[in-house]
Design a protein around this ligand. Structure first.
Ligand code: CP
Length: 309
């Protein structure tokens, strides 16, 4: 892998197959080391800044946990309302300021392209923790690590991606990674929330097989893996359109009984109603193991961009 030292992490398409294997190996090492020692000192003296202009539980807290488990320090902007963003400070001025305090910045912002804009403004690594409906590359890497652990391979998987595929930055990033391993995709969504055309046409150009469908049971019956996502109420301008699609696809006990095969279920979370709590006990329900893996993957990524791996 070309070293990630000093580099930004902005988009799923910046990783090669070899890079992904390197991230998986490094993540597995951190998982083992952490289990053995509880905490490490690799990033002692380094500071991570988290700038979240949109809500988050998992991404912000797992990055902060990862940094602290590695012996580093964390500073956080806190809520937009409590920062000088509320006084009208621009994104570029905010990141230029924070880059004077920190060694690496993790940023989430509602605008597509915002992480790249931040990266162009400062010399320290910027990690994109979600730029609106654009990309969420570190989620995709933790998804890949989880898939590898759960299924034992990344090769030629048959994958159903379900829900809001139009605005889903997690699926936009994950298709980039899975397509390197010749996945076959079933994109299951309402007509109004289909995967963006630039993504489907790019996949077709690469020779990746895709099916766009509204028939969830049929797609799931042919899949090794379901990647479930939430209908994202906050992305709808017209809430009546959200009302029309909410609850369209739901995994519950009855749904699982209709599938003949054992299946792995991932979800980036948070969920609303698309996976019933009764499914949590199903052996293939991997979404809370996926949450745990987020810390190990982010330990690997922070160490890499800060030149310690
Ligand atoms: N998966 C994910 O991005 O979750 P949060 O929005 O809670 O960070």
């Amino acid at each position: 892998m070309a070293s990630l030292q000093g580099k930004d992490i902005l988009h799923g398409n910046q990783f090669s197959k070899k890079d992904i294997h390197t991230v998986i190996e490094s993540t597995a090492d951190f998982e083992k080391e952490l289990k053995k020692k509880g905490s490490l000192t690799l990033l002692r003296g380094k500071i991570l800044a988290t700038l979240f202009f949109e809500p988050s539980t998992r991404t912000r807290l797992s990055f902060e946990t990862a940094m602290q488990r590695l012996g580093g320090g964390v500073i956080s902007m806190g809520s937009v309302e409590s920062s000088s963003v509320a006084k009208g400070e621009t994104l570029v001025d905010t990141v230029r300021t924070v880059s004077e305090y920190a060694d690496v910045i993790v940023i989430r912002h509602p605008r597509i392209g915002s992480a790249k804009e931040a990266a162009d403004a400062v010399p320290i690594p910027i990690i994109n923790a979600g730029d609106g409906a654009g990309q969420h590359p570190t989620q995709a890497l933790l998804d890949i690590y989880t898939i590898y652990k759960e299924l034992g391979s990344l090769k030629k998987l048959e994958v159903s991606m379900v829900g809001d595929l139009k605005n889903g930055r997690t699926v936009h990033a994950l298709v980039e990674l899975l397509s390197l391993f010749h996945a076959r995709f079933h994109f299951v969504s309402p007509e109004s929330l289909r995967m963006p055309e630039e993504i489907t046409s790019s996949l077709k150009q690469k020779g990746i097989e895709i099916e766009e469908t509204e028939d969830f049971v049929k797609a799931a019956s042919e899949s090794d893996l379901i990647y479930m996502t939430r209908m994202q109420k906050e992305r709808f301008v017209d809430l009546s359109e959200y009302e029309q699609v909410k609850g369209r696809y739901i995994i519950n006990g009855e749904f699982l009984q209709r599938l003949k095969q054992k299946i792995t279920i991932l979800h980036p979370l948070p969920r609303v109603d698309e996976i019933s709590p009764e499914v949590d006990a199903y052996p293939g329900a991997a979404y809370f193991r996926q949450v745990r893996n987020g810390v190990f993957v982010r330990m690997a990524l922070l160490s890499m961009v800060l030149g310690k791996r």
